[in-house]
Write a protein that binds this ligand. Structure first.
Ligand code: ASP
Ligand code: MG
Length: 460
């Protein structure tokens, strides 16, 4: 079971989690994974950035300490356990303070130290949740991801678990505890490198942690507890009638995760898919709701081509054009290489058959970096004549296995959009045919969502 940041937001929520674990542990052996409390990870990133500029973060640290102390005071009923956990959290806070001071003195923040700093969120919540579970009589033991056995490479910030050795280590560490009816409680989001340094596996990575542990232990089911009833047909803030999707295949769910429909780590589902382990998304605020099941099965109902629509904002579109790009081999490679060296992630790509332009989507936050790298490297050299951008665009994406091999989906989609005078700026479809993505002006994205949701009959 993995609990997200809002499920452990404060003492009351942690008590609620404790009750859920208590109930479920009556009939199951459980491993618990938790994210950092609420926005703690964002706060840690902020503090690290300030330290890099030589600034102190005393008030932020104070605030974090207060939040965690208040939570443990309310969630841990047993005074002796409470005191032990209080000391543990205080110790972590002072380690964090020392690390931040070091960074502030040197004004240097390496990816490795950033991972060390951002790992504290999960490391502080785990003793608190464990204490709360212990005080209702459960036998628990808590671990960092690395202690539990997750070994990663050294791409700090976005580290990749080394699955074979990880599986072996996790089994060795956690299986004996399960046999003895002890519930392991593990920090999400982090692992350890071969040199014993703490690494993090990417934002939203606690889901990934749960899937890594679940597949290592070959569990019956991985339960992701969040604060929504499941994966929805559309953003319920835009579509009031949006519905929970009962079941999705791994590939469909992965497309939706990538599209930000639920903010799941894009690689999270890989280990579960490899081991064919069912994943269920449930709401810790509404545990009776059935949730969404993600499994091997591919269910396509008649007449259902697309199951969901999602949109992502905060993106920018860059177009590169020039007649001399036509028929020039290596042009795309050069462009992608320039962006890769600038550490700019490309979200979507399209090129027209005329080859006289290439269009790319990047995150808005990466736009300045992307533009300056491209301009420096390409302009004035004769091939690329013009580099333009638009930073008020959204990517819309419809997802569903029913689109595969179904002719006319694109025609219907763009027909519907055109009827409402919404201009489509760019289109891409992967050869998986599980997803069609297109770009519109940001101001049109809510309307596009509404009409597509309705006309593709996603509410059934
Ligand atoms: N706490 C981490 C983050 O905010 C990991 C997670 O929430 O899954 O990205
Ligand atoms: Mg989170």
């Amino acid at each position: 079971m993995k609990f997200g940041g809002s499920s452990v937001r404060n003492g009351e929520r942690i008590t609620n989690v404790t009750q859920l674990v208590e109930q479920w542990s009556k009939e199951n052996q459980l491993v618990i994974v938790t994210s950092a409390m609420d926005s703690t990870t964002d706060d840690l990133f902020g503090m690290a950035e300030r330290a890099k500029r030589g600034e102190r973060s005393d008030d932020y640290l104070e605030e974090i300490q207060k939040k965690h102390h208040a939570a443990l005071l309310s969630a841990i009923k047993d005074p002796a356990i409470r005191e032990k956990v209080h000391d543990e959290v205080s110790k972590l806070i002072s380690e964090l303070r020392t690390a931040l001071t070091g960074i502030a003195i040197l004004k240097e923040l390496t990816p490795r130290s950033l991972d060390y700093i951002t790992s504290f969120g999960e490391r502080m919540i785990v003793p608190i949740l464990s204490g709360s579970l212990e005080s209702v009589g459960l036998r628990v033991k808590y671990f960092t991801g690395g202690e539990a056995g997750i070994l990663t490479d050294e791409s700090f910030g976005e580290a990749t678990p080394l699955m074979e050795i990880t599986k072996h280590r996790v089994k060795k560490t956690l299986s004996p505890l399960l046999e003895e009816n002890i519930t392991p409680v593990v920090t999400g989001f982090n692992g350890v490198t071969q040199h014993g340094e703490i690494s993090t596996i990417g934002r939203g990575g606690s889901d990934y942690t749960a899937m890594i542990l679940g597949s290592s232990l070959d569990v019956d089911e991985i339960l992701i507890w969040s604060d929504v009833d499941g994966i929805m047909t559309a953003d319920p803030r835009i579509i009031h009638g949006a519905k929970v999707i009962k079941q999705l295949s791994y590939d469909e769910a992965a497309e939706m995760a990538i599209m930000g429909a639920r903010g799941m780590h894009p690689r999270a589902l890989e280990p579960a898919k490899d081991g064919s382990i069912p994943v269920r998304i449930k709401n810790s605020f509404n545990p009776q709701a059935e949730g969404t099941l993600i499994s091997k099965e591919l269910r396509i109902h008649t007449g259902e081509v697309a199951k969901a629509i999602a949109s992502i904002n905060d993106l920018a579109m860059i177009s590169l054009s020039g007649m001399s790009m036509v028929g020039k081999p290596g042009m795309a490679g050069e462009i992608f290489g320039i962006l890769a060296r600038g550490k700019v992630n490309i979200i979507m790509i399209s090129q027209s058959i005329s080859e006289s332009n290439i269009t790319l989507m990047v995150k808005k936050s990466q736009l300045p970096k992307a533009l300056s790298s491209l301009q420096l490297a390409l302009l004035g050299k004769g091939t690329v004549r013009e580099i333009t951008f638009e930073d008020d665009v959204s990517v819309m994406s419809i997802v569903g296995a029913g689109m595969k091999g179904a002719p006319g989906v694109a025609a219907k989609l763009f027909g519907v959009v055109a009827e409402h005078d919404i201009n489509v700026r760019m289109i891409a479809q992967g050869s998986s045919e599980l997803n069609i993505s297109f770009v519109v002006k940001e101001r049109d994205s809510a309307e596009a969502t509404r009409i597509i949701h309705e006309r593709f009959n996603m509410v059934k």
